[in-house]
Design a protein around this ligand. Structure first.
Ligand code: UDP
Ligand code: MG
Length: 316
């Protein structure tokens, strides 16, 4: 049976502390899978340097020289985790039969890559790595993440619970995925839309091996907002519902004002009117803000800019 070529795509943004630990672990996985005859020996680790400002690219270069199985791509600037993944997958699909994406900090257990490949050999096109528990994350990260998954589900976005961007995809699944040409990229939401046969493998999420999280609160929030507004128009519907409710309240208010007027008690109603004025004004602004979010997306989408520019490639 023909063996499949596996590419492990690893986005790196200022990961100089963790790369010296990551490379040997991933090489270990590759050689184990090779020995078990699960993958071809042309399988590779593909680092995508997402415009790092530290020595990440120098390190990647060194690892490329030292090991034939390591390749690297350097993006011309920081385009973000999701776009870096797309860059890596676009390069990898030219050569690979199967592509696994994993974070550079190896918080996701590399030993389940073997299970993923087995599932693929059983006919799955997409295999999701799902975290069993999040003990090692901080209380804050764990709970905000869970709240986010729940909110997404409520808003009707199809996404796999507790799955980040650790997954295996076959070449045809990646080809399909890359047909989704939107700029506001939220892979976790798009991959399930690809719709090929999929399965999950479970693992325990560990601690970041070294270095610091590249997702500070601000980035996390904008990621969450992207996830929701790229897939769901429910927020706009909520504004509409709110608008209808407010109009009804306004009618009731009108009746009240008329009664008060003919009863000669107009001055006393002033405070409640001024109160609703402010309240409604606030709601209108919130509504505008949400609508503006979508218009902003249309704006970016219409510009149709390239997602990244590759500056250099090291591919054996
Ligand atoms: N990353 C990236 N570009 C960015 C931010 C992050 O390529 O602008 C990469 C980072 O190097 C890592 C992965 O995305 O491989 C996930 O980041 P991190 O582990 O810091 O996120 P966390 O696990 O804390 O959510
Ligand atoms: Mg991490």
């Amino acid at each position: 049976m023909k063996k499949d070529i596996l590419y492990i795509v690893v986005p790196c943004f200022n990961e100089q502390e963790v790369l010296p630990i990551t490379t040997p672990q991933l090489l270990e996985v590759l050689s184990l899978l090779c020995r078990e005859n699960l993958i071809d020996e042309h399988s590779r680790i593909l680092y995508v340097d997402d415009g790092s400002t530290d020595d990440t690219w120098e390190l990647i270069n060194r690892h490329c020289r030292e090991h034939d199985q390591v390749c690297g791509v350097k993006l011309a600037g920081n385009v973000g985790h999701q776009n870096a993944l797309v860059a890596g997958m676009t390069v990898a699909r030219e050569r690979a039969d199967i592509i696994v994406t994993i974070d550079a900090d190896l918080q996701d257990d590399v030993s389940v890559i073997g299970q993923m490949v087995e599932r693929y050999r059983q006919g799955c096109d997409i295999v999701y790595g799902v975290r069993r528990e999040r003990k090692s994350d901080t209380w804050f990260k764990r709970n905000t993440a869970l709240a986010f998954y729940r909110l997404m589900q409520r808003l009707g976005v199809k996404s796999v619970y507790n799955h980040a961007d650790y997954r295996l995809m076959s070449r045809r699944a990646v080809n399909q995925l890359l047909q989704y040409r939107e700029r506001n990229l939220f892979l976790r939401g798009i991959v399930p839309l690809v719709g090929y046969r999929s399965e999950k493998v479970y693992y325990d999420r560990g601690e970041r091996l070294a270095g610091e999280s590249k997702y500070p609160l601000g980035k996390m929030m904008s990621f969450a907002v992207d996830g929701i507004t790229s897939f769901s128009i429910k927020p706009v519907r909520m504004v509409l519902t709110l608008g209808v409710v407010f109009t009804l309240i306004a009618l009731v208010m009108l009746a009240y004002v008329l009664v008060a007027y003919f009863g000669g008690r107009t001055v006393s109603g002033w405070s409640s009117l001024i109160l609703s004025l402010w309240f409604i004004g606030g709601c209108v602004l919130i509504g505008l803000g949400i609508v503006g979010e979508y218009i902003g997306k249309i704006y970016i989408e219409v510009k149709d800019r390239p997602r990244y520019n590759i500056e250099q490639e090291v591919i054996h």
